[in-house]
Design a protein around this ligand. Structure first.
Ligand code: CO
Length: 134
C-alpha cells in the first residue's frame, strides 16, 4: 500500500539555526520557510536526491509539536511520511485493521498542497506516521 518515502521530519526549536546547519554545515539545498497555521508549524524542506527532510518549528499557541520539543529541547525525529496513491482507501484499510487516525480522521492539506493524514505512533512501532497522497 505505501510507496516511496516522501520525507523524514525533524522538530527543531530554532528553524534558522537548523536551516543554517543543513545549508552551510551539511551543504544541502534548503527551501524557503513556509508557515502552515492550520498545522501549527513553520517548515522548510531539505532537498536530497532521493528524498526530503522536513524541519519543523512551532507556530502559534498550542502547536502540535510544542510538547515534543519540551521533551526533546534540542529537537528530534518527529515523524516519517510515506506516499500513498489513494489516502481515503488507505485510511479505510488501516482503520479496519484497528489503526487509529489522529484528529478528526479527515485528510488535511499538507505542506506540498496534497492531502495528508497522521497515524497514531502506538499503532506503528512507536513512530508517528504521515501518509501523503501523491
Ligand atoms: Co511531514
Amino acid at each position: 500500500m505505501i510507496g516511496r518515502l516522501n520525507h523524514v521530519a525533524i522538530a527543531v526549536p530554532d528553524l534558522d539555526a537548523a536551516t543554517n546547519l543543513y545549508a552551510n554545515g551539511l551543504g544541502a539545498n534548503v527551501s524557503t520557510p513556509q508557515a502552515l497555521p492550520e498545522h501549527g508549524v513553520t517548515v522548510v524542506f531539505v532537498e536530497l536526491s532521493n528524498t526530503k527532510v522536513e524541519l519543523l518549528e512551532p507556530l502559534g499557541e498550542g502547536s502540535p509539536i510544542a510538547k515534543f520539543l519540551e521533551s526533546n529541547p534540542s529537537g528530534g525525529m518527529h515523524h516519517i511520511c510515506y506516499e500513498v496513491e489513494d489516502i481515503v482507501s488507505a485510511r479505510e484499510k488501516l482503520i479496519s485493521q484497528g489503526a487509529r487516525v489522529l484528529g478528526d480522521g479527515n485528510p488535511k492539506t499538507g505542506a506540498h498542497g496534497k492531502p495528508v493524514l497522521f497515524l497514531h505512533p502506538k499503532d506503528f512501532a512507536g513512530t508517528l506516521v504521515e501518509l501523503e497522497q501523491v
